[in-house]
Write a protein that binds this ligand. Sequence first.
Ligand code: HEC
Ligand code: HEC
Length: 395
Amino acid sequence: MGGKIMRIPAACCGLLALALFSTQSAGQQPLFFGDPLPGISAQDFERFRIGLEDFLEVEDPEEGLGPVFNGRSCAECHSIPAIGGGGSITEIRAGRRNPDGSFDPLPGGSLFQLFSIPPHNCQESPPPEANVIATRKAIPLFGAGLVEAIPDETLSGLADPDDRDGDGVSGRVHWLLDVGTQTTRAGRFGWKAQQATLLTFGAEAYLEEMGITNELFPLENAPNGDAERLRFCDPTRALEDVPDLSTGLRGIDNFEAFLRFLAPPPRGEITDTARQGEQVFARTGCDACHVPVLFTGASAHPVFDRRLVPLYSDLLLHDIGTGDGIPQGDALGEEIRTPALWGLRVRRGLLHDGSAATITDAILRHGNEAAFSREQFLALSKEEAEVLLAFLQSL
Ligand code: HEC
Ligand code: HEC
C-alpha cells in the first residue's frame, strides 16, 4: 500500500485491546460494535489491527487514488455506528434497458464514480441514454468473516429456485467465478450477492470505490469508458496496491483480515416481549428468507469452526418487488439478496436504497415472493405487530 499511514489514536487501540480481553473472558458475545471476534489469538488480533489501519487510511492521488472514485477510505462509507458499519451515503448505478428487455450497462460499467482527482475533469455522470438510475446504500460489515465461512452447500440447500415446495418463496444462489480463487462459488456479499469472498470484494471495492488498482483488479476504470480521457486523468500508471515492505502484505490482504476478524453486531437486550416477537416473526413467514441461524463449516481455525451465525438471512436472491433494475453477474434486475437483520436496531434508511424510513415501511414494501408474508403481517393484531417490532428492534 502506498505511503502515508493513518495513525490509530491510542485510545482506540486501548479500547480494542480491552475489548479483546474482556470479550475473551465473556465467551462468544462481542461487547461493542466494531470489536474483533472474541477468542482470536494475539497474532490474529495484530492482523485485525493492521487491517483496521488500512481500512481507515485516507488515500491521495500520489498513492493511487482515482482518477475516478467514490470515497478516499473504506471507513468513509463504513463507519456507522462504529468502524466497519454501514453509512448514510448512497452510490449510483445506471444503465439502459432496451425495448427487448435486455440491459446495457453503457461504457464504463453500471457503477458511477462521482468524484475525480484534480483538475476534476474526469468524474462520471449518467449519460443521456441511461433510462435506469438506481441508488445503493453501504452494507454493514460486522460478522463478515463468519458469513464467509458458511459453506456453499448450506446456501444451495436453502435454495428453491423453482418453488417446488409451493410456498411462493423461491430463493436462488448467485453462482459466480470468484476472481481471487478462480473457482465457482456461491455469492453472498453485496446487494446482488455478487461476490463470495472478502478478498475479492475488498479488492473490487479498492478499485471501484477508490480507484486503486491491485493484483485482482489491475485495470484502472476509464471515465464513462473513455480510454482517451483516462490517459489525461491518470497520473499513476503502475500497479498501485503493492506489498508493504515491512509486512509483505498488500492492502487487499489487510482489508480481508480486518473484515474476517470483525465480530458480529452485539445482540440488543432480549426481553420477554422480544422473545414473543420472534415467534410472531416465524409465524408470519419472515423466517422463510430471514433464516435466523446458519452455521460455519468445519475449520482448522477455532473461531470459525462450526460456529453459530445468527444473521437472519439465507443469503439468497429473491424478487420481493423492490429490485433496482440493474442486473449484475447472474443476478437479475428484480432480484436482491436477503439482507441480514442482525444489527438492525442501529440501521437508518432501510432497503438497498435507504428509501424506507422505518422498519414498518420496509415490511410494507415486501411483495411478490414475500406477498404472503406481508399479508400475514397486515393480519396481525396491534399487540402482535408491536411485539414483532420489539423483537426486530432487539436485533
Ligand atoms: C463510497 C462508499 C464506499 C466505499 C469508499 C467503500 N464501500 Fe464497501 N460498500 C459500499 C456500498 C454502497 C456497498 C453495497 C454495494 C452493492 O452491493 O452494490 C458496499 C458493500 C461492501 C461489502 C459487502 C458486505 C456484505 O455483507 O454484503 C464489503 C465487504 C465492503 N463493502 C468492503 C469495502 C472495503 C474493504 C472498502 C475499502 C477498500 C470499501 N468497502 C469502500 C460503499 C462503499
Ligand atoms: C421472500 C423473502 C422474504 C420474506 C418472506 C421477508 N423478507 Fe424481509 N427482505 C427480503 C429482501 C430480499 C429484502 C431486501 C429488499 C431491498 O433491499 O430492496 C428484505 C428487507 C427487509 C428489511 C430491511 C433490512 C435492511 O437492512 O434494509 C427488513 C427490516 C425486513 N426485510 C423484515 C422482514 C420481516 C419482518 C418479514 C416478515 C413480515 C420479512 N422481512 C419477510 C426478503 C424477505
